[in-house]
Design a protein around this ligand. Structure first.
Ligand code: PLP
Length: 231
């Protein structure tokens, strides 16, 4: 199948999942994950109605994002952020960083932002599947972390992100999305100053339909659009 057909197919599946969940598909942002894809391939996707792109490595993003400027609407950073890469990432002006899970990284980011008179929208990455190998704050520690980061004036917390376990067990996946959705609602109810629960980023190629059913409004898709990645 062509890139165009893959994109059409994904949009159809998003619509179907949204309708099944009684939701308006317009409210669901398709973030196209372009990691390992060439500039040419990304350009082709962008000329086929793709507007939001995501990369997970600062170095790789540096090699591509500047050459794509004015061709995309938003660039999101979705990978683990090492504090020594903050400056390089910020030069690429990410519209949203999905993956803050530590106060120390947020604090360093805030210092950079203050010095440069900038603000930055971020999501907090939560490890909802108890996998030790994974990044993300534990669900129990999420609200305390958000309270601390909320005091950093140049950072704006806009929601939560999770990566579910890679498994064919639908119940495990759904439980992890339900857990994130519940945290999202709890944080919203806590009305923490400088914190807005706007985005729930969850769902990838293998599980985005479940994520939509459980309330995701950003889904992050790579493989279903570009095919299996060639590292
Ligand atoms: C690679 C990646 C994705 C996309 O995964 P696919 O299974 O290819 O759709 C989504 N989110 C993050 C954080 C990723 O690193």
């Amino acid at each position: 199948m062509s890139l165009y057909e893959n994109i059409e197919k994904i949009r159809e599946r998003i619509n179907k999942a949204a309708i099944k969940a009684n939701r308006d598909p317009v409210g669901i942002k398709l973030l196209t994950v372009t990691k390992t894809q060439s500039i040419e391939t990304i350009e082709e996707a962008l000329s086929n109605n793709i507007e939001f792109i995501g990369e997970n490595k600062v170095q790789e993003a540096e090699d591509k994002i500047p050459y794509l400027e004015n061709k995309f609407k938003e660039f999101h950073f979705i990978g683990h952020l090492q504090s020594n890469k903050i400056k390089k990432l910020m030069k690429l002006k990410p519209d949203l960083i999905h993956s803050i899970d530590k106060y120390s990284t947020a604090n360093k980011l805030n210092n950079y932002l203050k010095q440069n008179i900038l603000k930055q929208d971020i999501l907090i990455e939560v490890n909802t599947s108890d996998e030790e190998s994974k990044f993300g704050v534990t669900p129990d520690e999420t609200i305390p972390l958000i309270r601390s980061i909320s005091r950093l004036e140049n950072i704006r917390i806009k929601g939560l992100m999770t990566i579910s376990m890679f498994t064919s067990d639908e119940k495990i996946i759904r439980d992890s999305f339900i857990k994130l959705r519940k945290l999202f609602n709890d944080i919203n109810a806590a009305e923490i100053p400088n914190v807005e629960m706007k985005y729930l980023s969850m769902g990838m190629t293998n599980d985005f339909e479940i994520a939509i059913e459980e309330g995701a409004n950003i889904i992050r898709i790579g493989t279903a659009i570009f095919g299996a990645r060639n590292y």
